[in-house]
Design a protein around this ligand. Structure first.
Ligand code: 5AD
Ligand code: SF4
Length: 490
C-alpha cells in the first residue's frame, strides 16, 4: 500500500494527505460531520465506508471543521511522523472543543488501534476511539458520547470486510476509485506495524467486488484500483462466508479475481496495489498481458537489495527471487512500469548492504519509488529483536542517495516515452492551468495536454513531446469512441 512520503516524482495522491472530504448532503438534518483522512489508499477507501454508515444516520458532511458536530480523523501509524501530524491536528480540535463542549472528536484507523485508550484517558484528546474493524459500531459510539461517556471499540475481527456496504463516493463526478479486496496482513515484516493495527488478513467475496466495480462504472467511474496490503495472497473460498462449510468448494485467487474485474467493461481500467514479491505469480502477469484494460503498472516493494537485510526484515524472499520476479514482468508484460518502496537505515544496515540497494535499483530501473527512512514502531518484531542503531545522519545520507538515483531513473524512463503515442484516461483539469487537462497512461505516468473540447472520463491517444521526471506533456491525436455498452445490468 502506498504511503506517500519521499517520492522522486510527486503524485496526485500526495496532495491528498490530510484531506477533508465531503459527503452528499442529506436534506432536513442538522448533524454535521467533518472527516479527515491520512496515510494509505486503504484509509481513503475506509472513509467512504464510514461516510456510508453515518449517512444512514442522517449525517451531512462539511468541509469546515468549525461548524462540525462530529470530527473524525482516519489515521495512520506506519511511521512516527505520520502520527505526529495527527497529534498536531488533535490539539487544534481540542482547543475547538474547549470552546464547544458538545463537539465530538474521534480517532479512527491505525492510531486508534495502536494507542487504544491512551488518547482518551492519558492524553484526553478525543471522545471516540474506533479501530479499522469497528466502523459499523460508530453510530452507537457517537450515541454513547452523547450520553456523557467516552467510547472505545478497537476489537479486530477475523471476518469483517464491509463487503455488503456500498461506499459513499466522496468525490462526486470522480473518474478513478479504490475498491478494497482484502483487509489486514499476515506477513509480519519485522519493521511494520500494520499486522498489529489492521489485524489478520481476510479476503472479500469476489461477487461483491465485481458488483461494486459495475456500480462504479454506472456512476461514471472509468478506473478502479483493487486494494490490499498484499493483493497476491487474495483467496476466497465460499466456505469463508460461513454459509457452506466445504473446503472442496472452488477458491478464487487474485489472478482469477483480476480477470473477473477486467471483464466488467473494456472501458473500465483496472489497477491494483500492493503486490508482494514472495507471492506474485506469473498467472497474475499473464492476466495483465491478456487484457488491454488491466494496466501494465506493478507496484512491487523491494525494501532492500541485500538478502541478509531482507531476512532481517522478514520479507520472505532473497534479492535473487526479487530479480526473478522482475525478469518475469519484463518477459510477460510489454511496456511495463515497475515501482517500489525502499527503506533506508533499517537495523544494522551496513554501507555494503546499502550499496546493494543502489545496485539493485540500477539493475531494475524503477519508474517510480516511495522512499523512506526507517522509523521504529512499537510492538514490531524489529523493535523487540533488533536495535535501531543506524545514526539519523547516516539514514538521511543514504536516503538522499536513493532519492537522487531514483530521480535519474524516473527522468530516463519518461524520456524514453517522448515520441511515442500513449492511451490516456482523462481525469480532470491540470493543477497548473484550467486550459489543460491531465490523465494517466497505462504505465501510470501523469500526462498533460490542451483542454480543447475534451472531457474527463474520455480516452484519448496522446503524442508525447516533452517530459520531466514527474510528468509527460503531449498533443491529443485521437479521441477514442466509448464502448457501445455504457450501462451494465447488475
Ligand atoms: N519505517 C519506515 N518505512 C516503513 N514502511 C513500513 N513500515 C515502515 C517503518 N517502520 C514502508 C515500507 C512499506 C510502505 C507502505 O511503508 O516501505 O512498503
Ligand atoms: Fe507491512 Fe509487510 Fe504487511 Fe506490507 S506486507 S503491510 S510491509 S507487514
Amino acid at each position: 500500500m502506498q504511503h506517500n512520503e519521499h517520492t522522486a516524482n510527486k503524485t496526485i495522491d500526495e496532495a491528498r494527505q490530510g484531506e477533508a472530504i465531503m459527503m452528499p448532503t442529506n436534506e432536513g438534518t442538522s448533524k454535521k460531520l467533518y472527516l479527515e483522512s491520512y496515510g494509505c489508499q486503504m484509509n481513503f477507501a475506509d472513509s467512504e465506508v464510514v461516510a456510508s454508515i453515518l449517512s444512514g444516520q442522517g449525517y451531512e458532511t462539511t468541509q469546515d471543521s468549525k461548524e462540525a458536530d462530529v470530527i473524525l480523523l482516519n489515521t495512520c501509524s506506519i511511521r512516527e511522523n505520520a502520527e505526529q501530524k495527527v497529534r498536531v491536528r488533535l490539539k487544534d480540535f481540542k482547543k475547538q472543543k474547549n470552546q464547544n463542549p458538545e463537539l465530538v472528536v474521534g480517532v479512527l484507523g491505525c492510531m486508534a488501534e495502536r494507542l487504544k485508550k491512551n488518547l482518551l484517558e492519558e492524553e484526553k484528546l478525543v471522545d471516540i476511539v474506533a479501530g479499522p474493524d469497528s466502523y459499523r459500531d460508530l453510530p452507537n459510539l457517537i450515541e454513547e458520547v452523547g450520553s456523557g461517556q467516552k467510547a472505545v471499540n478497537v476489537l479486530l475481527s477475523r471476518e469483517e470486510t464491509y463487503a455488503d456496504i456500498t461506499p459513499v463516493k466522496l468525490d462526486k463526478g470522480g473518474i478513478t476509485s479504490y475498491v478494497s479486496i482484502t483487509r489486514g496482513c499476515d506477513n509480519m515484516c519485522s519493521f511494520c506495524v500494520v499486522p498489529f493495527t489492521r489485524g489478520r488478513e481476510r479476503s472479500r467475496d469476489p461477487q461483491t467486488i465485481v458488483r461494486e466495480c459495475k456500480e462504479l462504472f454506472n456512476l461514471g467511474y472509468r478506473e478502479v484500483t483493487l486494494l490490499g496490503q498484499n493483493v497476491d495472497s487474495y483467496r476466497f473460498n465460499l466456505s469463508a462466508k460461513g454459509e457452506i462449510k466445504d473446503e472442496n468448494l472452488p477458491t478464487t485467487n487474485f489472478a482469477q479475481l483480476l480477470e473477473m474485474v477486467a471483464q466488467v467493461s473494456p472501458d473500465m481500467r483496472v489497477r491494483f496495489s500492493t503486490s508482494h514479491p514472495k507471492d506474485m505469480g506469473d498467472d497474475v502477469l499473464e492476466v495483465i498481458a491478456k487484457y488491454e484494460n488491466v494496466c501494465s503498472y506493478i507496484h512491487l516493494p523491494v525494501q532492500s537489495g541485500n538478502t541478509a537485510m531482507l531476512k532481517r526484515m522478514n520479507r520472505g524472499y532473497s534479492r535473487e527471487w526479487y530479480m526473478d520476479r522482475i525478469a518475469a514482468i519484463k518477459r510477460i508484460i510489454p511496456n511495463y512500469c515497475i515501482s517500489t518502496d525502499i527503506i533506508s537505515g533499517f537495523c544494522d544496515e551496513t554501507d555494503e548492504e546499502h550499496q546493494d540497494t543502489i545496485s539493485l535499483m540500477k539493475e531494475v530501473e524503477f519508474g517510480f519509488a516511495y522512499m523512506y527512512k526507517y522509523s521504529e514502531r512499537p510492538k514490531t518484531l524489529a523493535e523487540r529483536k533488533f536495535e535501531d542503531n543506524v545514526p539519523d545522519e547516516v539514514k538521511s545520507a543514504r536516503l538522499e542517495e536513493i532519492i537522487a538515483l531514483q530521480g535519474q531513473h524516473s527522468l530516463k524512463q519518461h524520456q524514453e516515452q517522448v515520441g511515442k503515442t500513449v492511451k490516456v484516461l482523462i481525469e480532470g483539469p491540470s493543477k497548473r492551468s484550467d486550459e489543460q487537462l491531465f490523465g494517466r497512461d497505462d504505465r501510470n505516468s501523469v500526462v498533460i495536454f490542451d483542454r480543447g473540447d475534451l472531457k474527463k472520463g474520455q480516452y484519448v491517444m496522446v503524442h508525447i513531446k516533452d517530459c520531466t521526471s514527474a510528468t509527460l506533456f503531449g498533443d491529443v491525436v485521437e479521441v477514442l469512441p466509448p464502448h457501445p455498452i455504457q450501462h451494465i445490468e447488475l
